[in-house]
Structure formats: structure tokens, C-alpha cells
Design a protein around this ligand. Sequence first.
Ligand code: C5P
Length: 231
Amino acid sequence: MSGMVPVIAVDGPSGVGKGTLCQWLAVRLGWHLLDSGALYRLTALAAQRRNLPLEDETQMAAVASALDVQFLADASGASRIVLGGVEVGDTLRSETLGSAASQVAAFPAVRAALLRRQRDFCRPPGLIADGRDMGTVVFPQAELKLFLTASAEQRALRRYKQLIEKGMDANLAALVKEIAERDARDTGRAVAPLKPAADAKVLDTTQLSVAEVRERVLALAIQRVTVTVIP
Ligand code: C5P
């Protein structure tokens, strides 16, 4: 099935604005959305809830395979995530969990355990896939592959504003450090490292507003994929 369903793969480092862009795009096109980072975050969260060691690849892979999770989309494109019957709120987006996620995401067995689950999101009329290896590993057949970048300082600042808006605690200097560490881990790992696919369109968003990024991405989607844009 996934071979016939159009996919737009959106990859890039943490805090580059993929999440909001992908949510918006999924609503505009009326397509499904895969937030693959959430699966790695949920794996780390489920492990923490059970006091399991994040350093243990075998146990982390078992947690990833057994994840009991539901993504319930609302009309705005945001999704409510239910893990083990309990709704997971904003804690999923915390930087601490992001770091824990990148730790478990470096294990090949964890990535293998989550592969099928990610591909299952590929259903008609189409999929917007948000992550680090969407264009390189999970959906190499994607019609359009985007790789978003922005300076680490700009990304830390965006993440800072996002967290503050949500009423969560944030410290800019700590965020810059965490983002740089996460970049190094995601880019340097042996399996599915963060890198643009050979046929990806790289978009540096450092100097672009959210509206400008949306406009460019929508134009590319219309050019490359058969889409019906919902006004
Ligand atoms: O995108 P998000 O910040 O939610 O991702 C959390 C972590 O999960 C990333 O830092 C990365 O290590 C991992 N991840 C990944 N592959 C993906 C998506 C996320 O390795 N496709």
C-alpha cells in the first residue's frame, strides 16, 4: 500500500520548526501526519515510567515494540497522544525527554522496532512524515523530501519561545547546550544519522519567517506532488 500513497518527508535537526510546519501542511492537504520523534520520545517515557535503564538496548527495543499508543488527531492537526491508556500532555515535548529520546534512538534495535509502526502511518490520501530519517530510511520513495536547517542559536530561541508559551520552564543557555549535544548525537550515530537524502531539497530557515517557510514548502508540494490544497 505505502508504495502507492504519496509521501512528503520532512527531516531536520531539533527545533527547526518541522513540527508546526508538518501539522499545518497535513491540515492544508488533508493528509495524515507522522510525528516520528514522538515515537522515540514515547519509548523513552514508557521506559522511564517503568524505571528501566535507557542504556539497555535490548530492553529499550522491547519497550519500543510493545508501545501501546494511540494518536488521536483533532481538527487543528494537533494530536492527543494516549500511552497505556493515559493521555500524555506537554511533558512529551520537554527537552529532557528529547535528550532521552535521542539516547534510545541511537540503538539500531529500537529503530528496527519502530520501523513498521512508522510505515503503517502511510495511508491514503497521503502522508506528511516528520523526523530525522524519513527521506533516507523510512520513506525513501517519498515524492518530495525536504531537509530543514537553521542555526543552533536560532533553533534554541524558537524552542525557548515555544516552551514559555506553553507555560513550561525554559532556560535559553541550557537549551543551546542541549540542542548542540542532541545535534551531535543525532548526526554522529552509526544508524540512520541525521543527514539530507541525496535527492532532498535543503531549506535554510534561519532568516525566514514561519509564513515564508510555509509558502515555499506549499509551492514545492504543488510542483512535485498531486495535491488538493484545502483553503
Ligand atoms: O523530533 P523530536 O525532537 O521529537 O525527536 C526526538 C529525538 O528522537 C531526536 O533527537 C532523535 O534522536 C530521535 N529521532 C530519530 N529519528 C526520527 C525522529 C526522531 O532518531 N525519525
